[in-house]
Design a protein. Sequence first.
Length: 195
Amino acid sequence: MTGATLWLASRSPRRAELLRTLGVSFQIIDGEVDESRRLGEVAPDYVARVAHAKALAGRRAAPPDACVLAADTTVALGGEVLGKPRDRAEGLRMLAALAGGWHEVYTGVVVLPPVGAAYACTVVTRVCFRGLSQREMAAYWASGEPADKAGGYGIQGLGGALIERIEGSYSNVVGLPLAETLSLLNAAGVVHALA
């Protein structure tokens, strides 16, 4: 790590775990913002906007020399954005909609250095679910895993058994696309690893 200290504006343990795999030192800061989607806002624009808002919120709370990293992930199916399910009924509806077909997972990533413009990207991964029975969906919901995840599933856990194949970044589906994040950190001068 060189230059500014890095702060991750996220309470997601999955993002922190992914960032640790890069060997980057960082602190965690609350980058909580209103994540409501605007009327007609498409998934890539939504995650880019929310990630930028999280980075700005983190910047306000971080030390002056901090570089802030923020991200936001969502699932989209046929243009519909699937956030975190509000309850069991919504979670089961999401799983039923995803079963047997393809959907997209979008993550917006923003690196905000202490001085200068933000470095940002939006990454998309296509994910194909296998067919699911009502019993399988109910059992998966009962596991507790899908309750706090966009689209109502987590690829890194039991939810990985629901997926037949993916096209694109696996870490993007977990919540932080590693290759693109490292590229942004390198461009911002925060780290010079693997470059």
